[in-house]
Ligand binder design. Sequence first.
Ligand code: BV8
Length: 239
Amino acid sequence: MSFEDVTRWVRAARRIVLLSGAGMSAESGVPTFRDAQTGLWAKFRPEDLATEDAFRRDPAMVWDWYAMRREMVAKVAPNAGHGAVAAFQQRHPGRLTVVTQNVDGLHQRARSPGVLALHGNIAEDKWLEPPRACCEVARLRPDRPPSCPTCGNLRRPAVVWFGEMLPEAELAAAQDAAAACDLMLVVGTSGVVYPAAGLARSTRGKVVVLNPVPTDLDDAADAVLRGTAATLLPALLED
Ligand code: BV8
């Protein structure tokens, strides 16, 4: 299938889902999830760091990994791909739903409405253990990670770690959108993380993969566009 075919599919689609992964933010300067780790964390695989076990084993090290990523994300801006998606949603209210695996908040910062963030948001924290009354009133002990000075409960990033359930409401809404759409654009994801990647296998709509290299979802695609988010999306979503 050609780019022109896909453009025709976009024009004809009444309901579109855009499923994005870390590659959506690559041209904003955010390393993808499986890019080689640098510095202190070079010897770790992200899948091993983004777990509750890793955090409980070494809270300061995992907290610092998120603090470094949080700092980096705060310094970048949405790219032309995020912008094209948000502009399309502005021109065609209700026609395109963004479902993202990313925790960087860049779709939201590009002013996309109703973003379904399946894996949480790196800029937010929550309590590691269910909070008690002391946690709610305490001034946090400013450690790495911050903690409740009374009971020692730790703060942790409000992201979904491997082995953790996805937020129910967002996942259900994403599954409904995937079931109802005519077209799913799968942008910047290697397609290895479930249940997010499963949306591209269960959708009723035509599936188009946008990625510079082959992915685990290419076999489920009706079309594959070899290219990057910031170049393909402005052209694809210009109407
Ligand atoms: C779950 C937040 C139910 C954290 C993330 C054993 C026990 C439990 C579960 C499992 C298990 N074994 C397997 C599983 C399922 C597991 C899973 O899928 N594992 C994988 C590794 C096999 N899933 C889970 O655990 C999920 N929960 O199943 O709960 C359960 C519970 C208990 C027991 C049983 C079942 C939770 C998954 C959520 C994990 N959290 N993020 C954090 O960020 O620190 S996922 C993480 O990976 C990121 O969010 C990222 O978005 C996501 C997916 O990766 P990609 O986005 O695809 O990024 P990647 O780097 O891989 O690829 C980038 C792509 O972009 C590449 O293709 C590249 O070519 C492309 N690209 C590069 N530049 C560009 C580009 N594309 C376009 N333009 C460019 N310029």
